[in-house]
Design a protein around this ligand. Structure first.
Ligand SMILES: CC(C)(COP(=O)(O)OP(=O)(O)OC[C@H]1O[C@@H](n2cnc3c(N)ncnc32)[C@H](O)[C@@H]1OP(=O)(O)O)[C@@H](O)C(=O)NCCC(=O)NCCS
Length: 317
């Protein structure tokens, strides 16, 4: 790396230069200053030592964000041995001069000093930006991380659906008919708050609890309506759930492991999408699924919009 470049921890006045740099470099992921404030500076695990700026004189030409967990995520198993890189950008004129390498090496040293044994790009809950490196939009970054010793864990995908012509297929109606009298699928009711949270603790502990808690809180303040959250239960015993937000984001979405294959997921999905359509939403989207679940989503008109490489590196020594 050229001698004129200095790397230092994030300083308060950096915000505008960092947001501008991210918008120049992450061409498929524009970010507002408010998003940066919320997902980075207000993240409980934020640490200046993990937010590195590269400067050429006064000019900010590189930025990388690494995270180490300080606070456990609800009931998820402890993951203090993990670390994450959720953002990295070097200005186009400064690439291939070792700045990216220096930023990542400094982050890895900091991760090691926190006793982390592995690092991921970028599966950090709660505040990941994208599930990994977009293999098309950021092919250079994929080559970069591979040269730094990162390997692919798997390739999650984002999907989008146009809801304008949404119809529930006959096979879903048949599954729903078979569930009738046994499984109830309905929007949020206050009687289901605790059963939903108790179910999540067992089936989807961790970040999903936060999503469901926030969605139900928004129902209580009027930001969401009860049908932003759909719950499948047998006499009050929850076995599945999904939610959507007012921007058209669908999910989380899950069914108890022992109840899969009965059509509960399909019924939840179509009921929630119809509720979205009824509110005037024309499209639905989400950032992260795998190819197996994508087959169900494709039945509702979702198509692949982006493909990511989730990366991992074991930190040794
Ligand atoms: C990814 C990025 C941060 C790399 O920064 P950089 O400062 O150019 O990286 P370095 O100069 O330290 O590169 C280190 C090594 O990575 C590899 N590498 C970097 N860019 C590469 C490219 N475009 N093609 C192939 N290999 C590459 C090389 O092995 C390189 O070593 P070398 O130059 O000695 O051959 C930069 O390309 C960038 O900002 N891209 C746009 C933003 C982005 O995609 N962010 C990630 C989103 S997930």
């Amino acid at each position: 790396m050229s001698h004129s470049i200095i790397i230092r921890g994030y300083e308060n006045g950096d915000i505008h230069a960092v947001v501008d740099l991210l918008n120049r470099a992450l061409t498929k992921d524009p970010v507002t200053s408010e998003t940066f404030q919320r997902k980075v500076l207000l993240d409980p695990n934020f640490d200046r030592r993990g937010a590195l700026a590269a400067l050429d004189g006064e000019k900010l030409v590189g930025f990388a964000l690494g995270l180490v967990r300080k606070y456990k995520l609800e009931d998820a198993p402890p993951d203090f041995d993990r670390s994450w890189i959720t953002l990295i950008a070097v200005d186009a004129d400064y690439r291939r001069r070792g700045i990216g390498r220096a930023l990542v090496s400094r982050l890895e040293d900091w991760f090691r000093s926190n006793n982390c044994t592995m690092t991921f790009v970028s599966s950090y809950a709660p505040n990941y930006f994208i599930p990994g490196v977009d293999v098309e939009a950021y092919a250079d970054a994929l080559a970069f991380f591979k040269s730094m010793g990162y390997s692919e864990v798997y390739r999650p995908l984002s999907m989008d659906a146009n809801l304008v012509h949404l119809t529930t297929p006959d096979w879903v109606r048949e599954k729903e008919a078979a569930l009738e009298g046994k499984v109830t699928i309905e929007p949020f009711r206050p009687e289901l708050i605790l059963p939903l949270l108790e179910w999540m603790k067992v089936e989807f502990a961790g970040d999903w609890q936060r999503f469901a808690r926030e969605a139900m809180t928004k129902i209580t303040t009027g930001e969401f309506r009860p049908d932003n959250v759909w719950i499948a239960h047998e006499n009050g015993r929850v076995i599945g759930y999904c939610q959507h937000d007012n921007s058209g984001r669908f999910g989380p979405f899950g069914v108890s492991a022992s109840e899969r294959g009965r059509g509960i997921g399909a019924a939840l999905l179509f009921k929630c999408l119809h509720a979205m359509r009824a509110k005037g939403l024309h499209s639905a989207w989400f950032l992260w699924t795998d190819d197996k679940v994508a087959r169900l989503y494709s039945q509702a008109g979702f198509t692949e919009s982006r493909r990511f490489a989730l990366l991992r590196k074991d930190l040794v020594g």
